[in-house]
Write a protein that binds this ligand. Structure first.
Ligand code: NA7
Length: 734
């Protein structure tokens, strides 16, 4: 490490808080720049900063982030003058600038000795010198004393000074955001522990600027961004590795439904360049591998505590911080709490009587054992035909002895048309990367598919049918998000699409009665659309039976299988592909308590209320990356997570930059956004079918309120941008 100095011109007088705020932007971790000491002139117009860094460019990067791009940086040799102790920042000091005729060691030594001798008996002491050989200057830090006397004494000794400024010395380290990080504050808080009902004290090492819950896509994205901002971050993850849903959903056939290159992280061009995706729609092992690679490559693991579930989080209004407690009683505090626990991650099992009595093996798709389940030659029952059920069913049908599918609501599945990615594909992706991101950013769902701007009613029936056929032959969500612009807003257009897809099912399934059971009757897109690969043909197999639970409901699970109102189905394995407590489940399963001790679960008892789906009134400094009321649920998760993390980071940057301790949405702004979310849903085809997790209908006892922002990802982005660009209107900062 080398020593560097820079002189910054200050726009406004800088106090200790202002200095600390600058330090936040130093991103010391990232650039490995240690900002050791600053000397701020009493007139508030300039500041001399001393850094240690690998090279001057690293310091310049830091200065650019502080908004001081023009400041000069020069290498210096630092000498602590013999006998001096470290500078006491509470004592005033002076910076004396002296020109040198030749910066050789002898001249510097004699000048330093001369200054010390001249000041002897004046009350002032030369503490440290910075020698800049390049421009032949010596900067001396003189502690205590009177500036007039110092000038007089140096003059009398024939020592020429170029300038002398009276200043205050500040130690900006460690670059923590808040006073409350200091050990003394920690002790004070621990005396205050009854507010958390806590027994064990919190060690200083358990203080962070931000706590992130979850190390899936959103937690990793937030972690990477926050550490780059210079925040100290601790991520708590219940799994034993990174990945979130990709860690837990290890069931056979688990596969992403976004074109995978549009799904991954966008924060590193090198990552885009170096990582070679194998398939257009990658399977779970490949995505897990990618996420593990990112964690290693960007050194994220050291901030993550695995195998740890956060049980509670309480806001301490007095100290403006969150305190979390894990299920093993560990505690940690942070100014910001980031919910990154996923929107479809709280698995939901049905509550059929007798489930515990089943003597075979059973599990939820999102809790699949790491060692797998051997399904070969077994009688397997799959309950649920959403995206997970469809993937399991089409994957295992050929290997099991018999597969019984228990279907409650049929859904429209569209062909995924997966394929390997070739060298040429990867080259094209890298060349077009900027455009791909732009398209995703501007599209309804954050995917690479964009709506046809025409109305589906403005074209002839033949043209419409031809368009549907063309889209159906494409891969991914082309049929959903590349369709006519009014597909999701006009029920007539939507009903044409439904009939087209029903005809496809009729044509693919041989047995008319089975085909009939598979025909959905709700509007297309009002339930998340599964992507399939031979799913409908699975029902043509002789070892597959479809049970329609609307005709013959499940009565109970027995020790040997499932009993419906019509018959017993003997089974060796039951797979519950029954979905999630969507949107709110992963958040309210944690006991989150806001400023006045009210629990978030209670606040959301009649349905979630949020501002932009990112903040909740009464819960200061709580940010939700992907929960209810934002676009993430309908969206290509990678892209929407990017955008949400970016917005949150900007908000936190503003708080750090202005010394703000607390942010919370105004109740009126929250009410307005929540109403807007409802209004958009009511105006769309979603209103015609509320029996879905979009409305929380799949979770017993949950109020039926829309969870998602149906105007789409691009509109959502615009709304968020507008709020941020207007100085975060709707938020109350204090
Ligand atoms: P989903 O899409 O919520 O699907 C769950 C399925 O389970 C769905 O068919 C449900 O029927 C069915 N279900 C739920 N509860 C029961 C009970 N009690 N009995 C019978 N059937 C039941 O979850 P997935 O895991 O498939 O997909 C989640 C997301 O992951 C997906 O959108 C992709 O984004 C990735 P219902 O329709 O409620 O009648």
């Amino acid at each position: 490490m080398n020593d560097y100095l820079s002189t910054l011109t200050l726009e406004a007088p800088l106090d200790r808080d202002g200095l600390r705020r600058l330090a936040i932007h130093a991103c010391l971790d990232l650039h490995q720049v240690r900002w050791l000491r600053s000397f701020v002139a009493m007139d508030g117009k300039r500041m001399l900063c001393w850094y240690q860094a690998r090279d001057a460019e690293s310091v310049r990067l830091v200065l650019r982030q502080q908004g001081s791009a023009g400041a000069g940086v020069w290498p210096v040799a630092v000498t602590d003058v013999a006998g001096s102790e470290s500078l006491d920042s509470s004592v005033g000091c002076m910076v004396v600038e002296l020109p040198l005729s030749s910066p050789d060691a002898d001249e510097v030594a004699s000048l330093t000795a001369g200054i010390s001798a001249a000041l002897r008996g004046s009350g002032a002491v030369l503490r440290r010198t910075f020698l800049s050989s390049r421009d032949a200057r010596l900067m001396g830090v003189v502690e205590a004393g009177n500036p007039g006397t110092v000038v007089e004494r140096l003059d009398a000794a024939g020592i020429l000074t170029a300038s002398l400024w009276e200043c205050a010395a500040f130690d900006p380290r460690p670059p923590k955001l808040f006073e409350s990080h200091a050990a003394s504050k920690v002790r004070e808080l621990d005396r205050d522990a009854e507010s958390f009902g806590a027994a064990a004290p919190v060690a200083a090492s358990e203080w962070f600027d931000a706590i992130v819950i979850g190390a899936g896509l959103s937690g990793m994205c937030a972690l990477e961004r926050f550490t780059r901002m210079g925040l100290s971050v601790r991520v708590f993850e219940s799994g034993s590795d990174v990945g979130g849903v990709w860690y837990w959903n290890r069931y056979p056939g688990a596969r992403v439904d976004s074109e995978v290159h549009t799904y991954g992280f966008s924060f590193s061009d090198e990552l885009i360049r170096d990582w070679n995706w194998q398939e257009l729609f990658a399977a779970q092992p490949e995505i897990s591998g990618y996420l593990r690679h990112v964690a290693d490559r960007f050194d994220l693991r050291r901030h993550i505590q695995f195998d740890t579930r956060v049980a509670s989080a309480a806001y301490d209004d007095h100290h403006a911080c969150w305190m979390i407690e894990t299920d093993t009683g560990e505690r940690a505090r942070a100014r910001y709490l980031i919910m990154a626990a996923g929107t479809l991650s709280a698995p939901q099992l049905p509550d059929y009587p007798g489930m515990r009595d089943f003597t075979g093996e059973s599990c939820h798709t999102a809790d699949w054992p790491e060692s797998g389940i051997d399904l070969r030659g077994k009688r397997v029952g799959v309950v649920g035909t959403g995206a997970s059920g469809v993937q399991v069913i089409q994957t295992i049908a050929a290997e099991v002895d018999h597969l019984t599918v228990f279907q409650r609501t049929p859904t429209y599945c569209i062909p995924q048309r997966n394929r390997p990615l070739t060298e040429a594909d990867l080259r094209r992706i890298r060349e077009d990367w900027g455009q791909i991101l732009k398209t995703c950013r501007e599209s309804y769902g954050g995917f690479i598919h964009t709506f046809d701007p025409r109305s589906g009613l403005r074209v002839s029936a033949e043209e419409r049918e031809a368009k549907f056929e063309e889209l159906w032959r494409k891969s991914g969500f082309a049929f959903w998000f590349g369709n006519f612009a009014d597909l999701m807003m006009n029920s007539e257009v939507n009903s044409h699409a439904c009939e087209f897809l029903r005809n496809k099912i009729r044509a693919r399934v041989h047995d008319p009665d089975t085909a009939r059971k598979l025909l959905p009757d709700h509007p297309f897109g009002t339930k998340r659309v599964p992507l399939e690969c031979g799913y409908y043909e699975t029902y043509n197999r002789s070892n597959v039976t479809l049970v329609d639970l609307r005709e013959t409901p499940i009565e109970r699970v027995t020790p040997s299988g499932i009993l419906t109102s019509r018959q017993a189905h003997p089974l060796d394995v039951i797979v519950y592909a029954t979905g999630f407590d969507a949107g709110t489940g992963s958040i309210t399963r944690i006991d989150v308590r806001g400023a006045d001790g009210v629990s978030l679960e209670d606040k959301w008892r009649d349905g979630p209320t949020t501002f932009l789906g990112l903040l909740v009134s009464g819960f200061p400094n709580l940010f939700i990356v992907n929960g209810p009321h934002n676009a993430a649920a309908l969206c290509n998760a990678g892209r929407c997570i990017d955008q949400n993390v970016d917005w949150i980071a900007r908000c936190i940057e503003r708080m750090c930059g202005q010394g703000i301790r607390r942010v919370v949405p105004a109740p009126a702004a929250e009410a307005e956004w929540t109403q807007h979310v409802y209004d958009v849903a009511e105006a769309s085809v979603l209103a015609a079918m509320k029996n879905s997790w979009f409305f929380g209908a799949n979770t017993p006892g949950k109020p039926q309120r829309v969870n998602i922002y149906a105007a789409g990802a691009s509109e959502y982005r615009k709304q968020c941008e507008a709020v941020a660009n207007s100085g975060f209107t709707g938020l109350e900062f204090s």
